[in-house]
Write a new protein. Structure first.
Length: 210
């Protein structure tokens, strides 16, 4: 089944190419006029920007921007939010059945990533444990890298209070910018999903194996 299409976007540069079209003069079919300025697409690479994409195209390490009342396409580390204190609220009833909103905070060292341009200019390395089914445990850390790809500063820990899990929905917050940590079958909600257990007794299964 195809994933839902939402405004989950990458802060990357997308080059534009110039059109090679020429216009014929209406008065003389043998002469060709050079293309007008409005027929040219931007030749220079545009600034980093957000663009809409499908869930299936979201990859680990992508920067994404989630807007209010939208679900999350994966398990996402919070960089910044629309709140001045970088706090957001999520609805977790799809995970634990609770309808009350829960607060989540951003990673302190990522608070400056408030635009696509800022996200494109910084590099990080994320070290995390293997995906596991435990919904209440997450061990990871993030380290900033310099232009040479070397560690810059101390690593900052990441826990569930700084992560938005797939299956939850953003509430009472205009937007959130984050880094995708896990997608698809590695997310906690998918790891915990399984077949419906049978309610037939052992004796009934022996008497009627069908």
């Amino acid at each position: 089944m195809r994933s839902k299409s939402k405004t989950f976007t990458r802060g990357i540069k997308i080059p534009y190419r110039k059109k090679k079209s020429l216009h014929k003069d209406s008065s003389d079919s043998s002469t060709l006029k050079p293309p007008r300025d409005d027929d040219l697409v931007d030749v220079e690479t545009p600034k980093p920007h957000w663009r809409s994409t499908a869930w299936e195209d979201v990859r680990v390490g992508d920067f994404v921007k989630i807007r209010a009342d939208e679900p999350f396409p994966g398990d996402i580390i919070i960089c910044t939010t629309s709140d001045p204190e970088d706090v957001c609220f999520v609805e977790t009833k799809n995970l634990d059945g609770e309808t009350n909103l829960k607060s989540r905070k951003s990673v302190g060292s990522l608070g400056h990533l408030r635009s696509a341009d800022a996200c494109a200019k910084h590099a990080f390395r994320i070290d995390a444990d293997r995906p596991e089914t435990n919904m209440y445990r997450l061990n990871a850390k993030i380290t900033a890298l310099n232009e040479k790809g070397e560690d810059e500063g101390k690593a900052e820990p990441i826990d569930l209070n700084t992560v938005l899990l797939r299956g939850t929905v953003l509430r009472n917050t205009d937007w959130v910018i984050g880094i995708v940590l896990f997608t698809g079958g590695d997310t906690k909600i998918v790891l915990n999903s399984g077949g419906t257990p049978s309610k037939r007794s052992k004796l009934e299964r022996q008497m009627n194996p069908m």
